[in-house]
Design a protein around this ligand. Structure first.
Ligand code: CTP
Ligand code: MG
Length: 184
């Protein structure tokens, strides 16, 4: 694969996870699924710290799955066009429900597992933990979607590289759009 094709293909694959990762903030801002705005850990602690923290809610988890499936559904629709079929790594129309679900769930569970370790290391909710904050959802995405698409390491490495570059840019944008309170 030539370099441009590699970048475009990698980006296209990870898009549902990007949306899943942004879903909690979007749903919170829009006021959707308010009844699910409850911490996953139910306030439970381990040692002196919360299990996950107040920033990890059921709304965040459910919203990630919803956007994962929605975006994968759009990709399934686009599959009929040559341009999109050429950058697709698998047959979206027959796998999008499963893929979208796993992409959303994997991304948000990667984020949740990361928060578990942040709390054990006494890093407060919302405080940065460089690289782990950036790649938590990417790791979760690849582990969970492995069932549907077995990507080779060049794609995984390219996704990591693209994400490390794009993540700070999206966070800074979200901060200026008043979607996030902190710029990281
Ligand atoms: N969020 C949520 N449920 C999730 C993940 C995120 O409701 N499962 C919302 C919370 O409002 C959270 C915001 O999205 O504050 C930003 O998410 P993130 O940066 O992942 O959480 P932090 O609050 O920074 O917590 P942590 O330090 O554990 O990463
Ligand atoms: Mg954070």
């Amino acid at each position: 694969m030539e370099i441009v094709e590699l970048i475009v293909t990698s980006f296209y694959l990870i898009i549902p996870a990007y949306f899943a990762n942004m879903a909690p903030v979007i749903f919170a801002k829009a006021g959707w699924l308010k009844f699910l705005d409850l911490p996953i850990d139910g306030g439970k602690t381990m040692g002196n710290e919360r299990l996950f923290g107040s920033g990890k809610t059921w709304r965040g988890l459910v919203s990630a799955i919803i956007l994962g499936i929605l975006i994968a559904g759009i990709q399934a629709f686009l599959y009929q066009y040559e341009t999109f079929k050429n950058i697709s790594l698998f047959d979206y129309p027959s796998n999008y429900l499963w893929f979208g679900f796993l992409a959303g769930l994997g991304a948000i569970l990667g984020d949740l597992v990361k928060s578990f370790f942040k709390r054990r290391l006494n890093i407060a909710s919302g405080r940065p933990w460089i690289i782990f904050d950036q790649l938590d959802f990417v790791a979760g995405f690849f582990i969970f979607t492995w069932i549907v698409v077995q990507t080779d390491w060049t794609i995984v490495a390219t996704v990591c590289l693209i994400t490390v570059i794009l993540h700070p840019l999206t966070n800074i944008s979200a901060y200026f759009l008043h979607l996030k309170k902190v710029w990281w």
